[in-house]
Write a protein that binds this ligand. Structure first.
Ligand code: HEC
Ligand code: HEC
Length: 366
């Protein structure tokens, strides 16, 4: 059968396939108040925000981040519940709002998770190699450095719009806490609504950590869901049409591939399906100063205008585009490029109609 969005990686062992399906169940599970959901949260299951084309995909759902920019310094307003807002709650008295102190509000669109195990398996050195000492076409790029919660190591970030996480286990723990209000051994502290710890105390009745660890396996939801994402296959590519083949050279000649690096290779890995594999992700996984396209939020080592080069694989299934979903189609997404991507965007603007068509045909096939 032809590969589909949402399939497991090819070449998994029987046991790995069972782990994939087991983790998928948890990913699709709706969490309940008794099971630790909330007190404040954004949605009650992972799949609600990750489902386009198949479980694990993108969605048009945005989350909201806020903070305060003062004298050129970004303050995430952590003591007021920032920078991520939780827009839902188990009781309306807990409702979290964007506080009046915030002068930056940004929206973040849900991304697809296909192929993330392959991205995790790319060695830090491969990503470092993409950083330029002198600008090429105005492009430099820098790595995001992350103190990884799961491993306790300093690693190169690669997940999220700001490359703010380095491993799938850490992202799973982060998402369980910050999207669903479920604490775990990695993230044991609940979010207080707009920082109000008295209110939290009153309504937070489930003991932390809420993620229940199975005594026989020593694994919780965060571990099972991390493995599900690790074993989720890459987006399937379409056979290249004539237009798409020409579009591929347009992509190169327009300078898109300087940041949207077509191919990286995973390192040696104890999971054979992830070991020394080609990853056609179309990203350098670096942060770039995107000028006016930056979202105004500083996060980890990513500054306010820095954004991660979005991987372009599977693009045909992940509209709307850009970090806040402002672009309904690829043409609008490219036209919003700025900062380090300005030279390339300007070249795009000078393409003729047929070249634009071919470029888009290519992008919709990868
Ligand atoms: C309310 C919607 C929502 C829910 C629920 C949600 N996510 Fe997400 N997810 C997002 C958004 C928005 C982003 C992009 C966030 C960012 O980079 O700031 C994201 C990004 C991710 C990424 C990074 C993907 C990449 O492109 O690098 C992972 C991994 C992820 N989510 C896993 C999960 C898991 C696991 C769960 C359940 C525990 C979950 N998400 C629940 C909205 C959601
Ligand atoms: C300087 C690096 C850079 C260059 C050059 C560049 N991009 Fe991007 N691209 C990015 C970044 C960073 C993002 C994420 C921007 C955001 O939403 O904040 C992005 C996002 C995109 C998106 C939206 C992806 C999504 O999932 O929402 C598309 C499509 C895209 N780029 C295509 C192109 C094309 C085509 C070219 C060449 C004309 C190009 N890019 C040149 C860095 C670059």
């Amino acid at each position: 059968m032809k590969p589909q969005f949402g399939d497991a990686l090819p070449g998994l062992t029987k046991a790995q396939m069972a782990t994939f399906l087991d983790g998928k169940d948890d990913f699709e599970d709706t969490e309940t108040e008794a099971g630790g959901l909330g007190p404040i949260f954004n949605r009650s299951s992972c799949v609600t925000c990750h489902n386009a084309s198949a479980t694990g995909g993108a969605s048009p759902i945005n989350v909201t981040r806020f903070g305060r920019m003062e004298n050129g310094v970004f303050n995430p307003l952590a003591s007021l519940g920032g920078s991520l807002q939780q827009e839902m709650e188990i009781n309306s008295v807990l409702h979290e709002v964007v506080p009046p102190e915030a002068n930056v509000v940004a929206h973040r669109n849900s991304t697809p998770l296909f192929g993330l195990g392959l991205i995790e398996a790319i060695p830090d050195n491969e990503i470092l190699r993409n950083v330029r000492r002198t600008p090429v076409d105005g492009v430099l790029g820098k790595v995001s450095k992350v103190a990884d919660a799961a491993t306790g190591k300093m690693l190169i970030g690669r997940f999220g719009w700001k490359s703010q996480q380095a491993t799938l286990l850490s992202f799973a723990g982060d998402a369980y806490l910050n999207e669903m209000g479920i604490t775990s051994r990695l993230f044991p502290v609940e979010n207080a609504p707009n920082g109000n710890s008295k209110l939290l105390e009153q309504y937070d009745t489930v003991a932390d950590p809420e993620d229940v660890v199975d005594p026989t396996t020593g694994r919780g939801d965060i571990d099972r869901v991390a493995d599900y994402m690790r074993f989720l296959g890459a987006p399937p590519r379409l056979p290249p049409t004539n237009g798409a083949s020409v579009g591929r050279s347009v992509f190169q000649n327009t300078g898109c591939a300087v940041c949207h690096v077509p191919l990286m290779i995973t390192g040696p890995n104890k999971i054979a399906a992830l070991s020394q594999q080609q990853v056609w992700l179309f990203s350098d996984l670096l942060l770039h100063d995107m000028g006016s396209l930056g979202d105004g939020i500083a996060q980890g080592t990513a500054d306010v205008r820095d954004m991660r080069t979005a991987p372009l694989w599977g693009l045909r299934a992940s509209a709307p585009y850009l970090h806040d979903g402002r672009a309904a189609n690829v043409d609008e997404a490219i036209k919003a490029h700025d900062g380090e991507a300005k030279a390339s965007k300007d070249r795009y603007m000078r393409l003729n109609k047929q070249q634009v068509q071919q470029l888009i045909e290519f992008l919709m096939s990868i």
